[in-house]
Design a protein around this ligand. Structure first.
Ligand SMILES: Nc1nc2c(ncn2[C@@H]2O[C@H](COP(=O)(O)OP(=O)(O)OP(=O)(O)O)[C@@H](O)[C@H]2O)c(=O)[nH]1
Ligand SMILES: [Mg+2]
Length: 436
């Protein structure tokens, strides 16, 4: 999914890395490349225009943060803007009534029937009792298709007399109520092009059912045209959202970047395969990171946010920002880190951070503690005075080796450097949502 776009953006980013900082010239060049990549991925030109102008403005206005490469800063900006366009957060189905009606609409072959069955599977997993309704009377085979899928996923299918929509709807309501189904999913007919007859039929169904959700199923492979038909469907039916299918193929994926911006309606699910469990809720932030290939940074944010409460963070921040950072502080930090879980791992995920060999296990921490405790107060305050003979004394006193003492001193130096970098990088951390 998005492989092309990802690859192209990767190249753009490579081009600005290695440059000292974001300047008007390299931003201009990078933005031009991003624009081309998006257009090639079939993103609607209006969306591209707005996206690009915001990225440019932000990139040029960005503070110079020496501890981060221009590439990292640019990624942060791209990500923010991608998320903004894709929708800030995941949008769930709003199934408020009981039974709740969900109507599937869309062009021919977009994946309505398959996705109706997929959604039934998804809802069953979350403890619902779905019912499928074959309201596609255009294609006789469509009814058979839904019956077949219903059998496979063990969800009953209402077919009525296969002729009269009113009768089918009446039977669906009756069945849902008598058999205690709480979600009723209607599969409707598709057309190659939008025509008045289809729209009238769908509008009538809407009136009869008062559905909680009217979901338009959009084929990601269709490209630009999908945006136009989405707009038409939305004008007439006031959609509640979209399901974009076939993202597993070599679709360029542009539709998913355009649709929300153009209609203002959210993408709620994506179809990622022919199998009936290949339906995923749509997470804008995850898609944005997938496109930019920066999963690590995101899981870092999640991890930090999960593990630290605000108060703890504030204390840490005060420590981090202290000008003086001696071995006593170091020991204290190590103890804190252990409490926080694998802080070293967390720090390693920060872009540009050097690898750190912090005390990873309890045993190592004990050793480190022993070493630091064998130092004199003066040595702890001013580690620079620790020469070879002092090291030998410390090793003997703590029952360790000179190598161990060296390792501790090296970790201390590394952490000290990191603290300085963190201090400088605070602005960007805020951008990433990391409360440093
Ligand atoms: N690879 C892939 N194929 C899909 C996906 N969703 C649907 N399909 C395939 O797309 C084809 C059309 O799907 P249908 O569910 O019949 O589409 P429809 O919108 O009901 O079509 P009509 O009823 O003719 O309007 C089928 O071969 C599906 O297996 C998906 O997410 N990924
Ligand atoms: Mg169908």
């Amino acid at each position: 999914m998005f492989e092309n776009l990802k690859e192209k953006l990767g190249k753009v980013l490579k081009n600005i890395s290695g440059k000292g900082r974001l300047t008007e010239k390299n931003v201009e060049e990078a933005v031009k490349q991003v624009k081309l990549s998006l257009l090639e991925a079939d993103v609607n030109y209006k969306v591209v225009k707005e996206f690009i102008s915001r990225v440019k403005e932000k990139a040029l206005g960005a503070e110079v943060l020496q501890s981060f490469t221009p590439e990292q800063q640019f990624i942060a900006i791209l990500r923010d803007e991608l998320v903004r366009i894709l929708g800030e957060k995941k949008e769930d189905l709003k199934l408020v009534h009981r039974p709740s009606y969900v109507m599937f609409v869309g062009l021919q072959g977009s994946g309505k029937t398959t996705t109706a069955a997929k959604l039934a599977v998804f809802l069953k997993k979350s403890g619902r009792r779905p019912l499928l309704v074959a309201a596609d009377l255009r294609r006789p085979a469509a009814v058979e298709q839904l019956i077949h899928l219903g059998n496979r996923v063990n969800v009953p299918v209402v077919v009525g007399d296969r002729k009269d929509l009113f009768k089918i709807v009446a039977e669906a309501k009756e069945t849902a109520e008598s058999r205690n189904h709480d979600v009723v999913i209607l599969d409707t007919a598709g057309r190659l092009h939008i025509d008045d007859a289809l729209m009238e039929e769908l509008a009538k169904l809407k009136e009869l059912l008062e559905p909680d959700e009217i979901l338009m199923v959009v084929d990601a492979m269709v490209g630009q045209d999908a945006v136009n038909s989405a707009r038409r469907f939305d004008e007439i039916l006031d959609l509640t959202g979209f399901i974009v299918t076939k993202l597993d193929g070599d679709a360029r994926g542009g539709v998913i970047l355009s649709i929300r911006y153009i209609t203002g309606k959210p993408v709620k699910f994506v179809g990622v395969g022919e199998k009936l469990d290949a339906l995923e809720p749509f997470y804008p932030d995850r898609i944005a990171s997938r496109i930019l290939g920066m999963g690590d940074v995101l899981s870092l944010i999640d991890k930090i946010q999960q593990q630290m409460d605000a108060e703890k963070m504030k204390k840490m921040e005060e420590k981090f920002l202290k000008v003086k950072f001696d071995l006593e502080d170091f020991l204290e930090q190590l103890r804190e880190f252990r409490k926080l879980g694998s802080m070293a791992e967390i720090l390693e995920m920060i872009p540009g951070m050097p690898k750190v060999d912090l005390a990873r296990s309890e045993e190592e921490l004990k050793k480190t503690e022993a070493i630091i405790c064998s130092m004199t107060k003066e040595e702890r305050r001013n580690p620079r005075i620790i020469d070879y003979s002092r090291k030998r004394r410390i090793a003997r006193g703590s029952g360790t080796t000179i190598q161990d003492v060296n390792r501790v001193l090296k970790s201390y130096e590394t952490l000290k450097v990191m603290m300085k970098r963190l201090k400088k990088g605070r602005g960007l951390f805020k951008k990433f949502g990391i409360p440093f």
